[in-house]
Design a protein around this ligand. Structure first.
Ligand SMILES: C[S@@+](CC[C@H](N)C(=O)[O-])C[C@H]1O[C@@H](n2cnc3c(N)ncnc32)[C@H](O)[C@@H]1O
Ligand code: SF4
Length: 441
């Protein structure tokens, strides 16, 4: 059989009696890390190449929009995303003007207008830190500037604390039809230690309030593997999640972002998690079991669950299937044809670059045939399922990988499709990494 070294080592361990959490030495926890083995070739003239790409129609796959609003009232110890505490209201105003400039430069172009977008995701940072009328106008203007599929999902991320000063119905009138609420944990002590400002009671009131205002698709984000978090506390979180009114949930392992306080602590301690793999597996399985038992709920990706009809996650699912992404805002990453582009992660540089109207504050990298193939295959690790007939023609390799995944209990298969098991979802990042390495070689 074709050798696949990482999987062959896992098969040896499995045959020697290793438990499921010990199949691999380390866990790959983010899609970005999983795609790491396939670097893109840097592009010298990013603006020129992006402008040229915008002159062509898209690839025919799904496409979605991401808008990054990188501002928060306070910074949480675990978060490594591009975000800062805004110095003055002018900082926000100038930033939103810059996002509008980028939108205007990308919107009326053949690529952008050639196919409808199925989702728009306003992420952050905390988009609801913007004054509600400013955010509502931005939602309206982004939606009006782009072709949208009927019923397109429009999500806004928020903390519970920021939601208190927001009139949700104004955002809904502007088109928001999904709210992604960062809760992380309902446990009061843990919330305080992470820098979250609302109490458990306030969180529950915030969720009830948003539902009463008419939000039918409300996703709650939770994190496991936090410092000092016990399995008992995590199970209590899951129980509350099941009854709080959420229609969906993102269940993330704590990722050690080097830019975060907790990430730096882990680097100093020379480890990548506060819990060992056996415990992390227990946390994951407890969530997977609890959420799949909720009436009508299903798993959309290894980290995303929800009610099959009112808790859907179109943006995340499309990204997992390798959608093209129109990305606006500092630090946001998009894909146009084979180009991946990266908006400047410096909020100051992004704002100045777009307001002064010179060279776009963007870098880019070019993908290859291997990226196209890996993009399709990694749908297995990012959406947990693929249809064999829709996969690129690398049958020997794919069959060798799938056969090992099945032996390891990470996937099931029939003639038509391959699906991850629950344990496969725990190791989904590793599976994507293995697919990326195999395609690269
Ligand atoms: C970038 S945040 C924005 C949402 C909003 N500002 C909030 O904090 O609720 C989106 C989600 O990413 C997740 N996240 C952030 N840092 C993380 C980390 N280090 N590990 C795992 N998930 C993380 C959190 O669950 C968070 O709700
Ligand atoms: S988790 Fe949310 S509120 Fe906290 S720093 Fe990150 S983006 Fe800001």
């Amino acid at each position: 059989m074709v050798p696949v070294p990482q999987l062959d080592r896992a098969v040896e361990r499995h045959r020697a009696g290793s438990p499921p959490w010990a199949l691999f030495e380390r866990r790959v926890r983010t899609p970005r890390a999983a795609r790491g083995p396939l670097p893109r070739a840097p592009v010298a003239d990013a603006c020129g190449e992006i402008a040229a790409a915008l002159d062509h129609p898209g690839l025919g796959c799904d496409r979605v929009v991401y808008v990054h609003i990188p501002f928060c009232r306070s910074l949480c110890s675990f978060c490594g995303y591009c975000r800062e505490i805004p110095v003055t209201p002018d900082t926000l105003r100038a930033y939103v003007a810059a996002v509008r400039q980028q939108l205007a430069s990308f919107a009326a172009r053949p690529w952008t207008q050639s196919k409808p977008f199925s989702a728009i995701h306003f992420g952050g940072g905390t988009p609801t830190l913007l004054p509600t009328d400013v955010l509502a106008a931005l939602i309206r203007d982004v939606a009006a500037a782009l072709p949208l599929a009927p019923g397109a999902e429009i999500t806004v991320e928020s903390t519970v604390a920021e939601l208190e000063s927001v009139d949700v119905s104004v955002l809904m009138s502007a088109g928001m039809n999904r709210l992604a609420l960062g809760v992380q944990t309902f446990d009061g002590d843990h919330r305080r230690s992470l820098g979250r400002r609302s109490s458990r009671e306030k969180v529950l009131c915030g969720i009830a309030h948003a539902r009463a205002a008419g939000i039918t698709n409300l996703c709650v984000d939770l994190i496991y593997g936090l410092p000092n978090q016990t399995l008992g506390a995590w199970k209590a979180d899951l129980e509350i999640l099941g009854t709080c009114g959420a229609t969906g949930a993102s269940i993330y392992p704590l990722v050690a972002f080097p830019a975060s306080e907790l990430g730096r602590k882990l680097v100093t301690e020379r480890r990548d998690s506060f819990v060992d793999l056996a415990t992390e597996y227990e946390f994951f399985m407890a969530a997977d079991r609890a959420l799949l038992c909720l009436p009508g709920w299903t798993r959309f990706s290894p980290v995303q669950y929800g009610h099959a009809s009112v808790g859907t996650a179109a943006y995340v699912s499309a990204c997992g299937r390798g959608a093209e992404i129109l990305a606006l805002g500092a630090g946001a990453a998009g894909t146009l044809l084979r180009l991946a582009y990266f908006n400047s992660p410096s909020i100051e540089e992004y704002t100045r670059g777009w307001s002064e109207g010179g060279a776009w504050p963007i870098g880019a990298g070019r993908g290859s045939d291997a990226h196209d193939v890996a993009g399709k295959l990694c749908a297995l690790g990012e959406t947990t399922h693929f249809i064999r007939a829709a996969m690129p023609r690398v049958p020997v390799l794919l069959d060798a990988i799938v056969a090992r995944l099945v032996e390891l209990g990470l996937a099931t298969t029939d003639d038509k499709s391959v699906s991850l098991t629950s344990t496969g979802c725990f190791w989904a990042g590793n599976i994507c990494e293995i697919l990326s390495v195999a395609v690269r070689n």
